[in-house]
Design a protein around this ligand. Structure first.
Ligand SMILES: [Zn+2]
Ligand SMILES: [Zn+2]
Length: 136
């Protein structure tokens, strides 16, 4: 969880630098495959009734090719700007929850290892990128 108390944000802003497991912001294995700690760097500024959080996340994201089922992973860095409206009852801003939602939304439904991946033969199960079909 990355929750910041509004009263802890000084007038000249607050910097956050954390490395957390994905479970730390409520992401499960079913939702996303992240193979490293998630690095979260953010700058929070309180401006009138809003907290602006310029956020950068970094991590190694894992995928599986939709055709040949090969495992893939890539180091990715993403930037976001979140803003939180402050009301009289708002004591915390939940940065972790915003990041969680962005990561789920950005998770691609279908990934290919290369755009001309030959996939798996439905007959013999050979990975046609690396072996020949054994079907008669
Ligand atoms: Zn593939
Ligand atoms: Zn085959």
């Amino acid at each position: 969880m990355i929750k910041i108390a509004v009263r802890d944000i000084p007038s000249n802003g607050l910097d956050i630098d954390q490395s957390i497991p994905k479970e730390g912001i409520g992401l499960s294995d079913e939702e996303v495959d992240i193979r490293s700690l998630l690095s979260v760097k953010a700058r929070l500024d309180k401006i009138d009734n809003t907290v602006i959080a310029s956020t950068r996340i970094k991590g190694r994201f894992g995928y599986m090719c939709a055709r040949c089922l090969e495992e893939l992973s890539s180091e990715e860095e993403r930037s976001y700007i979140f803003d939180f409206e402050l009301g009289p009852t708002v004591e915390y801003v939940d940065l972790g929850e915003e990041i969680r939602q962005e990561i789920i939304m950005a998770n691609p439904a279908r990934v290919l290892c290369s755009k001309d991946c030959k996939g798996i033969c439905p007959g013999c199960g050979a990975n046609l990128n690396v072996e020949k079909c054994k079907c008669k």
